[in-house]
Structure formats: structure tokens, C-alpha cells
Design a protein around this ligand. Structure first.
Ligand code: ZN
Length: 225
């Protein structure tokens, strides 16, 4: 806690003066174009690894970056929090992209890989059921992932599974069909501080370095054209 309080003092002294105009503008309203869904893990810091600024990302964070799916016969999912954030983001903000970002060494994925029945926390045990479908497809190998430890392979498969859950939301489905919304699967490697994106073309995760970033930017440009 001391670090946070000292951090506020530092921010006021050295950072705040440079951001005064930015925050004065943001006080009038937010216009983020990306809904970013990530794990609650303290080591995953999208504002740092994607060099994003205040106002850039509308963020949902939870244990395991999970999205409860809507049922086939039930247009509403079993939990309200994520659904509310998705609805608000799509109805009230100019969101054109949704990123689901998993990460290496994820505690939620490790617990899931070991079997959530062993967990003592009843709420966590229940919440992680939204990752069961990921666990069932862990052996449908993603190209290039064989070298990863099991919990990290699960974490990458889970990103793809949660993208599928997102598509069960009628509003997400509609916007995608209309070409107004694009989904992306990202994965943050904590040890290397590298970010990967799922590439549907190759069926695997690719490091977002300068070369691949160029490809992604071109793709985004033609999608927006
Ligand atoms: Zn995690």
C-alpha cells in the first residue's frame, strides 16, 4: 500500500502536469475503440505492453479472462458482470475490436489443468467452469504449441475458446456479420514480455514483432476500408 501512496505523490509531481489536457478532454467522455478482456493477474499490464493511453481501452478483467457463454436457448449468460460490460461497450462506445488476452503462468489455467474439483474456494471452483470447454479441447493442438507446458497450452486454447463464447452474444454476432466488429486472441508471455496474436491463417499464435505488426496493420486498414 505504501508503494501506491508514494506512487500517487510521484504521479502528481512528475506525470500529472503532462496529462492535464488529456484528462480534461477525457472528463467530457470516453471514446475507446477496443474492448480488452484480460486476466486479473497483476503481471498482465496492457497499458504497459501495448503502450496505450488513458481513454484507449475499455477493460474487463477477471480470473482467467473468461466469458460466460449465452446458452443456445437462453440469450442471456449465467453471470451478469461480463455481459453488462460487453453490452455497454458495444451499445454505448465506438468499439470496433475486442481482444481476449490470456497469459503464461496463469494461476486460473493451472488450477483448471489440475482439475477444479480440488479447489477449496467454492466461488473459484464454480467460476472456472467457464474454462471447462477449453480443458476439453487442450489436446486439439495449436500448431507451434507443443513445446509449451500444459498450463500454458491450456491458456492459449482458452483464448480461442473464450472468443467462441463471445460469439454467442447476439450483439457480437450481429456486429461481426456486418463487418463492424473484429475479434482478436492475444497471449502475453510474462517471462519474455512478448505479446502473441492468434493468426487464423496459420492456425497458430504469432509473435507481434515489427514485421508481423506491419501485416496486422495492413489487415486492420483493409478491414476498416
Ligand atoms: Zn491469469
Amino acid at each position: 500500500m505504501e508503494k501506491l501512496i508514494r506512487g500517487i505523490v510521484d504521479f502528481r509531481k512528475s506525470v500529472r502536469p503532462g496529462y492535464k489536457d488529456v484528462f480534461a478532454r477525457l472528463a467530457l467522455g470516453q471514446r475507446p475503440d477496443t474492448l480488452f478482456i484480460a486476466c486479473s493477474d497483476s503481471r498482465v499490464v496492457p497499458n504497459l505492453f501495448a503502450s496505450s493511453d488513458p481513454g484507449d481501452l475499455f477493460v474487463v478483467r477477471n480470473v482467467g479472462n473468461l466469458i460466460p457463454p449465452c446458452g443456445a436457448s437462453n440469450p442471456r449468460p449465467s453471470e451478469d458482470s461480463e455481459a453488462a460490460a460487453i453490452e455497454f461497450a458495444l451499445r454505448s462506445l465506438p468499439i470496433t475490436d475486442i481482444v481476449v488476452c490470456g497469459h503464461s503462468e496463469c494461476g486460473a489455467m493451472t488450477a483448471l489443468a489440475h482439475g477444479r474439483a480440488q479447489l477449496e474456494s467454492p466461488s473459484l471452483k464454480s467460476w472456472l467452469r467457464h474454462g471447462e470447454a477449453s480443458l476439453r479441447r487442450i489436446d486439439s493442438a495449436i500448431p507451434g504449441d507443443a513445446h509449451l507446458e500444459r498450463h500454458n497450452r491450456l491458456s492459449r486454447v482458452n483464448v480461442l475458446q473464450q472468443l467462441e463464447h463471445l460469439k454467442t452474444y447476439p450483439l457480437v454476432h450481429e456486429r461481426m456479420q456486418a463487418g463492424r466488429l473484429h475479434l482478436h486472441g492475444w497471449w502475453f508471455d510474462i517471462k519474455e514480455a512478448d505479446v502473441y496474436e492468434y493468426d487464423p491463417g496459420s492456425g497458430g499464435f504469432r509473435l507481434i514483432d515489427e514485421d508481423y505488426a506491419r501485416v496486422l496493420l495492413q489487415r486492420a486498414e483493409s478491414a476498416g476500408a
